[in-house]
Design a protein around this ligand. Structure first.
Ligand code: ATP
Ligand code: ATP
Ligand code: MG
Ligand code: MG
Lengths: 165, 159, 159, 165
């Protein structure tokens, strides 16, 4: 399984519809400070079902919706989609391609889809449960967070050992 | 349950020692259970000795040595419990050029089985990438994405 | 006592705004008392708005923007309450090349009144230095110090 | 006032007698990971009277004494001296040049000197009390610590405002 595409609209600094097409192997994202690189990582974490806004550097869920700039108005909602190649059926579904979409409104409502079927956040969590992309997994290492792998108390380091087991 | 934990632990421990030895070009590292008698509640300590140095508390290691040790642990976990894709956000910030090259080489080896998305300022990492995306803000406050090539990169991002 | 605190606070606040504006080439930043009614127990909040962006929680700023904001605060404190010398250990690790250059320029201005010892991997910072010392370990585990020149540096430390 | 010289012997990875001669302005210290750069910053912090071994990345005071390498034995003591140009009398003493020395033995004993006069740690603290190099001052920013200036709780940030006031 691999990530084929990430579509971002209205998420943090990505006011305009943005599409990242990906291939297997190594893709590097580069650019100046504050341009939006880590926001892409946040978008990925969010669409995979992140529930704690603190893991997205926010203090309320609304913080991930484009807040406007000096020239542009804030938007009312944000939406992120990821499309995965599932030909190896690593995800326990029949589809060879899986698209997950999450949308959030400033009013607080949220919507979710798997392959254009409306679903609940819970369904997205369950879909990824056994793939190693579940919430304890070491699939997204945030900025400034690599050392945490050493400094967490011994008790905290059990995660991947049990989770995976 | 306890047996599976112990088995996974042993596998990661072996891979950690190998990854460390490879990234540091020598030295030893290990994982030690704080309470081996009770696999279900034990913690896990990291022990690391760079080549030629005495074994000391992890806190005495340098910033770069700690980052490299953490990477060895991450790589060990990825080998024993692979994930389909992994996002790394500037994890090599503390490394010098020589260590960035070793890190990037190790990524290349792992990339056979794992898709990596790496956010980076470091040329050594960019050189190992199959594709490069540039994020900029031509309109202030609004992010914009472009495909870039490494020679373009030299102009503004040589760190 | 409270009066002296308020006076120092106001001075640092003004210098912080100026230093931020200079390092970010625009934008605004401020220091706000959490409890202005009680100068002796109040906390101090940092507020920062990079040029062209909306004012948001400090946590939403990027790694580099946070580092630059922290530097602006440090520089403000150094201007209002000078110290004879200041040691900076890789404080610019999160900055891109353009911001390293601004940081190094600001150091140069402050260096008229303050002696700086900067530990760095960044060429932009090295270029601003009056003298360079290299630390290596030709014998593993034992540090050795040598005077170096910038052209030597290019060979092994271009980050 | 400025730092003219730092002399290090047996402190952390500096097993051999090492001398850093300094001038006003900006001095950069460079080198590979793990070579000993931050150890120089620790040596400076230590000779200025640091009492908390955690601020020196150690867990016991003995940790700052050269522990040996694969080829060399550990040493029994460590010593750091700094020499300051005091022609502006920023330090409240008559001397135009001030040398502070701190020595520590593995057995736990410590010795201190100011211009070759034995003294107590307390005397070193008091010497620097009003210079801004006192223990709360922002004169040494350690590796990975710059962001702490932002993330400390508002209450913690009072340091330089009161200290200096
Ligand atoms: N909801 C939002 N609306 C608009 N802009 C936002 C929002 N949330 C965050 N931002 C902006 O996004 C920028 C940070 O982006 P990001 O963290 O992705 O930068 P970066 O490219 O990773 O930079 P660095 O190299 O410094 O880490 C900040 O300037 C912040 O103000
Ligand atoms: N008491 C000691 N005896 C011998 N070696 C020590 C002692 N304390 C620390 N060290 C060694 O010093 C090294 C760390 O040095 P230091 O932190 O100064 O590196 P650095 O040059 O700052 O590297 P980086 O660029 O990665 O930050 C470690 O390898 C550590 O093992
Ligand atoms: Mg970032
Ligand atoms: Mg260091």
């Amino acid at each position: 399984m691999y990530l084929k595409q990430i579509d971002i609209l209205g998420f943090k600094s990505f006011a305009d519809k943005t599409q990242l097409v990906l291939s297997p192997g190594i893709t590097a994202i580069v650019g100046p400070n504050g341009s939006g690189k880590s926001n892409i990582a946040d978008a990925l974490r969010w669409v995979l079902g992140e529930q704690s806004v603190r893991n997205l550097r926010g203090s309320k869920m609304e913080d991930v919706i484009f807040a406007g700039s000096e020239l542009r108005k804030a938007t009312n909602f944000c939406e992120v989609s990821i499309t995965l190649d599932n030909t190896d059926h690593h995800l326990p579904v029949a589809f060879e391609e899986v698209t997950i979409t999450r949308r959030a409104f400033r009013s607080g409502e949220s919507e979710y889809w798997i392959n254009r079927q409306p679903c609940r956040l819970k369904d997205i969590h369950e879909l990824f449960m056994d793939t190693g992309l579940g919430r304890e997994a070491y699939s997204i290492i945030g900025q400034g967070k690599i050392e945490e792998m050493l400094s967490t108390r011994p008790e905290d380091r059990r995660g991947p050992f049990e989770d995976a087991a | 349950m306890a047996a599976r934990f112990m088995e996974t632990f042993q596998q990661i421990r072996v891979e950690f020692g190998k990854a460390f030895h490879s990234l540091f070009q020598g030295g030893e590292a290990d994982l030690v259970l704080t309470n081996p008698a009770d696999p279900l509640t034990t913690g896990i300590e990291v022990v690391a000795k760079p080549p030629g140095k005495k074994l000391q508390n992890l806190n005495l290691l340098s910033g770069g040595e700690r980052a490299l040790t953490a990477m060895a642990l991450l790589f060990a976990i990825l080998r024993v419990r692979p994930v389909p894709f992994c996002v790394l956000d500037e994890v090599e910030a503390a490394l010098d050029e020589a260590n960035v090259a070793r890190f990037a080489h190790e990524l290349r080896v792992l990339a056979a089985d794992t898709q990596f998305i790496v956010i980076t300022h470091r040329r050594g990492t960019m050189e190992e990438a199959d594709a490069l995306y540039g994020v900029t803000m031509p309109e202030r406050g609004v992010s914009s994405l472009v495909s870039v090539r490494l020679s373009d990169e030299m102009d503004y991002e040589t760190a």
